[in-house]
Design a protein around this ligand. Structure first.
Ligand code: NOJ
Length: 554
């Protein structure tokens, strides 16, 4: 397998609005991030992925961009951005920017021009259609509830928006538009950025004729569409191949077969993609908000499918949460009695797999979900869904609030808890989104003062990755497939073997090394409990949420 720096790296995602506020306006900013670079260096991460920092009216917190080559006022200036980049590079870290080019803001000058008249050269930068019998051009629905079309009186046509109506979809069929995007990417690369995370990049090609769906929201006509690989190959040829950069495409609805194209080993498109399959395990047939309990067996199936499916074919990204997902310890672990143990177990489970691990801000101190009242949420997805389901649809308030508490995106967006002072040390002003009330107990200062903290456990995991090639390059094999409580797997590289054992429950299941494995556990690399009897390496009783990683020997 070809060695690459981006395979050996650990990425840390920053959601700038919630990371650190330097000027007391209640909103995180670039200088706030720069002030925490030593903290990130101490953790040991290699790459920072910045969620969008571009000019934006913030209908979707920066994922609606009105100028791709300028900085959002609330976040600071281009000088602040350059200082951040320099600070990262000086510490040997890299910067990956968010690239949001499936759509722009409706306040982008392209759209302002496009909207004005049908003959504008920018008209075709977006997807405009006439209505059908006084209705939308087709029945596609927006990810943020309601129809994916907005009627515009100015020219008596509708424009497509797969997200909010302030996020019109760009028309990738237009070569001029594509060239503009490639030029903009080159401009950032020339400024020294080290890569891009590409927002919903597998939605950029829509099926010709934009047909109505027989059922559902129409995603089969825009997910992994007919020209998406052509566009990405062009982008790769025109831009990416000229730089030594890292790319990851966010790809809802992509299968492992799709991923083998997007993240192919010839590197003609992207380095890796974000799959959603493991994020959908607790969604019922009604979609994201139809919450169902997830099952360990399903998690094994999905993770193993991706680990084996991309073996030698591509490269995995590894994540259990981000700014769109609930906190991993609340979702897959136990955020009360075993918060620390389960956070460490989940980290072990993920970082020992094959792929590039992503840590989402606050994960390294075990931040948890929140339970706010509706009015304390900010997220457009939450409010649109509530309006559609409860206000207009008559659904039960309590039931919908339960789903929001479990899955709402603001769970991940509460400010990072730096210390036990007011507002968790995030701001001297009023935070744009309330701080999680548990900040007095869960915060970075407390974590740094405790040598047994989740923070230091992550630090150790990252360090191990640098010391053992097998953690990066070893092949993955699931063992104990049928076990309902333990997720165990091996990694193999040449003569070496690694054994990873994770108890996903608060019970105490018994682990026994399958007879098929001839090597014997020799050295405990890491574990989240202090193990008294180190002789018990082939069979042992696991403590609640215990995780162990052994190097095996013949
Ligand atoms: C995916 C982003 O991660 C999410 O935050 C955003 O709302 C949508 N794409 C639209 O850009």
């Amino acid at each position: 397998m070809e060695k690459k720096w981006w395979k050996e790296s650990v990425v840390y995602q920053i959601y700038p609005r919630s990371f650190m506020d330097s000027n007391g306006d209640g909103i995180g900013d670039l200088r706030g991030i720069t002030s925490k670079l030593d903290y990130l260096k101490k953790l040991g991460v290699d790459v920072i992925w910045l969620s969008p920092v571009y000019k934006s009216p913030n209908d979707d917190n920066g994922y609606d961009i009105s100028d791709y080559q300028d900085i959002m006022d609330e976040f600071g200036t281009m000088e602040d951005w350059s200082e951040l980049l320099e600070g990262l590079h000086a510490r040997g870290m890299k910067l990956m920017m968010d690239l949001v080019v499936n759509h722009s803001s409706d306040e982008h000058h392209w759209f302002i021009e496009s909207r004005k008249d049908k003959d504008s050269p920018f008209r075709d930068y977006y997807i405009w259609r006439q209505g059908k019998d006084g209705q939308e051009p087709n029945n596609w629905t927006s990810f943020f509830s309601g129809p994916a079309w907005q009627y515009d009186e100015e020219t008596d046509e509708y424009y497509l928006h797969l997200f909010s109506k302030k996020q019109p979809d760009l028309n990738w069929e237009n070569p001029e538009l594509r060239k503009n995007i490639y030029d903009m990417m080159t401009w950032w690369l020339e400024k020294g950025v080290d890569g891009f995370r590409m927002d919903v990049i597998n939605l950029i090609s829509k099926v010709d004729g934009l047909p109505s769906a027989k059922e559902g929201g129409g995603s089969e006509f825009f997910m992994n569409g007919p020209r998406v690989h052509e566009y990405l190959q062009e982008m790769n040829r025109e831009v990416l191949s000229k730089y030594d950069v890292m790319t990851v495409g966010e790809c809802p609805g992509a299968t492992v077969e799709d991923a083998a194209h997007y993240a192919n080993v010839e590197n003609t498109e992207l380095n890796m993609i974000f799959t959603f399959e493991h994020m959908d395990l607790d969604s019922g047939s009604g979609g994201k908000w139809d919450v169902q309990p997830w099952k360990l067996r399903d998690l094994k199936d999905v993770m193993t499918k991706w680990q084996k499916g991309l073996e030698g074919q591509g490269w995995n990204s590894l994540y259990l949460n981000n700014h769109d997902q609930p906190r991993m310890v609340s979702r897959f672990g136990n955020d009360t009695a075993y918060r620390v143990e389960s956070a460490k177990m989940l980290a072990t489970f993920l970082h020992m797999m094959q792929g590039t691990p992503y840590i989402y801000q606050g994960e390294e101190i075990g931040m948890t979900n929140v339970r706010f009242n509706l009015e304390d949420y900010n997220d457009i997805e939450i409010h649109n869904m509530y309006r559609e389901k409860v206000t207009e649809g008559g659904a039960d308030h309590d039931k919908v609030m339960e789903a929001i508490h479990y899955k709402g995106r603001d769970n991940a967006r509460t400010p990072v808890q730096w210390d036990s002072s007011e507002n968790a040390g995030f701001t001297k002003g009023t935070p744009w989104l309330k701080v999680n009330p548990n900040y007095k107990e869960i915060n970075a200062v407390a974590a740094l003062a405790d040598h047994d903290s989740i923070f230091y456990y992550y630090q150790k995991l990252i360090k191990l990755r640098k010391e053992h090639d097998i953690i990066v390059y070893g092949t993955y094999d699931l063992i104990l497939e049928e076990n309902e409580k333990i997720y165990a797997y091996t990694r193999t590289l040449g003569e070496e073997m690694l054994l990873v054992v994770c108890n996903f429950t608060e019970n105490t299941p018994f682990f026994e090394l399958p007879a098929s494995i001839s090597q014997k556990p020799a050295k405990l690399l890491i574990g989240n409990y202090h193990i008294e009897n180190s002789r018990e390496t082939e069979s042992f009783t696991l403590k609640p949420y215990e995780a162990r990683v052994y190097l095996l020997k013949r």
